[in-house]
Design a protein around this ligand. Sequence first.
Ligand code: SF4
Length: 897
Amino acid sequence: MDLFENLSDNQIEAVKTIDEDLEIIACAGAGKTGVVTRRVINILKSNPDILPENIVAFTFTEKAAEELKSRVYKYGEAVLENTKGFANMYIGTIHGFCLKMLQEYIVQFQKFTVLDEIKTKLYIEKNYNFCGMPDLGLKIYTETNLFLSVISTLNENWFERDKWDEKTRAAVDKYKDTFYRKNYFDYSLIMQEMLNQLENNKDFADIILSKIKYLTVDEYQDTNPIQERLIHFIKQGGCNLCIVGDDDQTIYQFRGSDPENILTFRERYGINKYIVLGTDYRSSEAIVDIGKRVIVNNEKRLPKVMESGKLIKYEEGDTVYREFDECDEEYEFIAKRIKALHDSGVKYSEMAVLLRKRKHGPDIAKMFDEYEIPYIIEGVNELFSTAECQAAKGIFDYLAGTIGMMELFQLWKSIDYELDEKEIAEAIATLNVIDVKSKKFYGEFVLQKVYHDFLRRISIVDESNSSEIILYNLGKFSQVINDFETIYYTTIPANKLSSFCNFLKYTADGYYPEGHIANTYIRPDAVNIMTVHQSKGLEFTAVFIPQMNHNNFPSAKMGGKSIWHVIEKDWIPNADRFAGGVEEERKLFYVAITRAKKFLFLTRSPGNAREKKVSEFMVEAKESPYMLGFDEKMVYTGNHIPPMSEDAAPLNLNFSILQDYFDCAYRFKLSMFYGFVQPIVPALGYGKTMHEIVMNIHRRFLSGETLSSEDIEQIVNDSFYLPYANPKLQDNMLEGAKKSIAGYVTKNQDDFANITMAEADIELDMGDGIKVNGRIDLVKRREISGEEKTYIVDFKTASREVTECINAEQLKIYALGYQKLTGETADYLEIYNLDNSESERQRVTEGLLENVSRDIRDAASNIRNNDLPRKCSKGKCQKCYLNYLCLSKKEKQEYEV
Ligand code: SF4
């Protein structure tokens, strides 16, 4: 395959520029992902000394990373004829990279987990008195979000901390101490720690800097100060730097990104090579013209010529505006246009309604309901508005004594499912024997277990569309409990229950969407109703932008308490960027317009008292000769509709997901689609920590160290960590771990010289958006009858309480991953039990790898088609932790469950 096929001169120049630093300004639809992909392959093709692991590419989102990775694999196969070592190439977010490096090279951080937004809130509120929040005069619950904004702003500028006052410095330190005490990171702490280590830990910095030879940063315009400092540090190590961005699309200033980074990049880094990819191949000439006429009104821009590649044919009436007197008329117009476009061949999933503010979403969704238009919307269909979720919540309100038995009974009766009244009564009776106040130890009262035990008593199984929706919501509630118990598991029972009820009442309500919306495995053919911010990086055949009113788009400035009521503006460089302004709003509007490939509808009807006037952006857009007032006689023939994107959702699988699937596809559905989570057990994490211990031992042997038994014991002490265990259990299990590890080392020490890999990442790109990720524990070579053989070893633990284990099916996937990573085929697969030092081996036979590839593709296809049948057998179903959601009453009797 020719690497430069179908590229423009500027694109070719960008792909070829690999020996000097480069700035690429890529306008919307300019094909930047294709250019970055081919440039990566060109680097590998042109320079045999550069390995995939020497290339790092930062993307703004995981989704963008997946797309870039897929293309890199595809071009790797086509141009280099293999993707050997590609799993060692980092393509992903900056945070992801920092976390990976910290955990890879600094033992202390292997114990750390990253808290997402909801868990961060939970953790902060749980530790209100210690986390620095009262020191800044902020109130619990009502000002938690403000506190988190303040902390992340400060942490993203932490190298300016000398400017802060004493009180603020102390609060930030307390926040960090609170997180580190429990081995937690939030996103800003990961970055801060990475820079801290790079700047103060020379060994670590040497490893990172010597590894990276080529650094690419996509969406550079949205980098914040700490990310910029990291990029600058890596560049000082001597790598080649390529940044890709578009100053016209800087839309995250309100959360800290600094447009000055891209505006001053060339001068600051002394860059000579500057390439503009100004041709839009995504959109018609009309869309490009409208976008251009809007964005040129911004004063602070880099120079560039923007034009259409004219790959999408423009037809009169593709881009229209219309004004209405009433909101209902406006939304009805949108619904009718969507129907008309759908009738002419545009898929629903190829259309989007882009909102400046979420508040308009529910009314549009209501209109779509009337017109029977399928849609996906976030922030409208809330989990806690569903009857089943209210019923699930009722279990805990009943235990806390805030509702009575009859009320709980009625809540369960009111869900849209023929539940047996006797069973509901029996389920409630099981709650009556739980005396929370008398329970002293946290392990005696596990919310998830209470929930599963209750559901076990009522027969509710997947038998129709409506029961599927109910199971989605009940599964999502199981995740809500899991989020809570991740933080509160070790709290004493009475406090745990009251905190959970408060969490459901004040924080969780309004935060979680309905269960089926969260299913990422299936992409329905539905119209997307989303904010413009959410649409970044996406494209649609038709885009509707409603409510084009002044003070809506552009948005009026928000009132209320801001971070500047807590910290001083002159502590943060370029602080005015947070305020936003009309130029920032115009960039957002430009992003919205350029999501459209062919059809663009701008509509308005006067909004509230502040939103009566037409938006100035609508006026600017109407200056384009392509923008016409809507005319009922416009007919969409469907003759020139752009090619539709594939419906298949990207599938990111890992070994344990596949293991679940291969074991019983329906259990996979219950856990991965519906989201049912197993109760946390105190020993959770034992398998993970044992893996880390053996990895650390192997790595030190690999680096040439000779380890004494004291060294081994020290490694176990340093690495062992069970986040949910009480001190006594922790000590007991640590002693057991020491014995197991000592036994393993004694038995296998002579073999350590034969280790070739310890904890190697593998990544299988199966094409068609299917990826499998995982890690191989160990690869070693052994001489058998004069022949050297390769063994892939996976460690398991035998602890009865711990479910983290592997099976032979999983090992076969490792074998395939090993082949992709190294280009070699392993001879044997071995499972080694660390707790009893027993091992089992299996030959890698001819055809095994082809069979595994086929099985994975079949699995992906079945998952996407929701074809996930039950695989019943008495032995398996008896042990299945979700059998009560699966088996009929008759089967339960038959299987004795
Ligand atoms: S009970 Fe049996 S058939 Fe049902 S999900 Fe579990 S393992 Fe599969």
